[in-house]
Design a binder for this molecule. Structure first.
Ligand code: FAD
Ligand code: FES
Length: 268
């Protein structure tokens, strides 16, 4: 698949080193995509990185991606300014199975940048398009200054049950301090009637899944988004192989029941 050229139409910094780009393709609307899918963003002359959609498809055809500058490609993407161009291939992968939350409690559990691929799900829940009985957002970050989408978090708390936790709080922080598993553990939910979508560091997902299972959430109702290095994103090169799965085409969102064996092997 050949990358299409897109232009940065809007750029803002979420917090130092993490930024959101709004991207438009000149004279053409973009293809549809599912929340949880990703694009390969190509910084010309440097390379490509897998980046999730962090917003729903916009009527004006712009795509939204939230990126943390980590290495060569994401740092090159960070240097882009409004009017600059980049290449895009996608959308790729399997997204969140939104239909499973119909009539259930929906537990959205995010760690750090893991909130980005879950934000489109939150938008759908807010618009009452998922038919969930009740929606909870559990969001953990390292520091208060590293919370994503801070203005929106306040808005979301009006319609969703939002529970936040930071590793290092300050005197003005009203939320929990520590790991997000503590407030998750303390929340009274009917586990058997709940589904959970998780995205964040693997260690955080491991502990949250243990809590969810203890609360009676079925393995078949737990979905998580996995990350591995990607190259082709089309299931051909094998870079993202994880057990018998290719994360680019069988994932990145998997049902825990289907990948339990591989998820339990820590360094796979
Ligand atoms: C399906 C999928 C969706 C993703 N969505 C997003 C997103 O929405 N926003 C975003 O910022 N990133 C996302 N990523 C991660 C992103 O693809 C990588 O961080 C990026 O490819 C790093 O490329 P680089 O060339 O900048 O860094 P590299 O030069 O490849 O790496 C720089 C440093 O970062 C480390 N590193 C690289 N990748 C990761 C990683 N995934 N996790 C932790 N450390 C890493 C490397 O070990 C190295 O130390 C996603 C990855 C996948 C597989
Ligand atoms: S990135 Fe090539 S097989 Fe997945």
């Amino acid at each position: 698949m050949i990358p299409s050229v897109f232009q940065v139409v809007h750029r803002y910094v979420e917090y130092p080193g993490t930024f959101t780009l709004h991207l438009a393709k000149p004279r053409q609307s973009t293809e549809g995509f599912q929340p949880g899918q990703f694009n390969m963003l190509y910084a010309f002359g440097t390379g490509e990185s897998a980046i999730s959609f962090s917003d729903l498809a916009n009527d004006d055809g712009t795509l939204v991606h939230t990126i943390r500058a980590q290495g060569s490609v994401t740092q090159a993407l960070e240097r882009l300014r409004e009017g600059d161009s980049l290449g895009i291939r996608g959308p790729f992968g399997r997204g969140w199975p939104l239909e499973v939350s119909q009539g259930k409690n929906l537990l959205i559990i995010a760690g750090g940048l893991g909130l980005a691929p879950l934000r489109p799900v939150i938008y759908q829940a807010q618009r009452d398009l998922l038919g969930a009985h009740k929606t909870y957002l559990f969001y953990g970050a390292r520091r208060v200054s590293e919370l994503l989408y801070r203005t929106e978090l306040q808005q979301w708390s009006r319609s969703l049950e939002v529970v936040m936790s930071v590793d290092y709080g300050d005197n003005n922080w009203p939320g929990h301090i520590g790991v997000i598993t503590d407030p998750l553990q303390a929340t009274g939910i009917d586990g058997a009637n709940s589904v959970a979508f998780l995205c964040g560091p693997e260690i955080m997902m491991r502990f949250c899944i243990q809590v969810l299972l203890r609360k009676g959430v079925p393995e078949s109702a737990i979905y998580l988004s996995m990350e591995r290095n990607m190259k082709c994103a089309t299931g051909l090169c094998g870079h993202c192989q994880w057990g018998p799965n290719f994360i680019c085409k069988d994932g990145p969102v998997f049902c825990y029941r289907d990948i339990r064996t591989w998820f339990q092997i820590h360094s796979l």
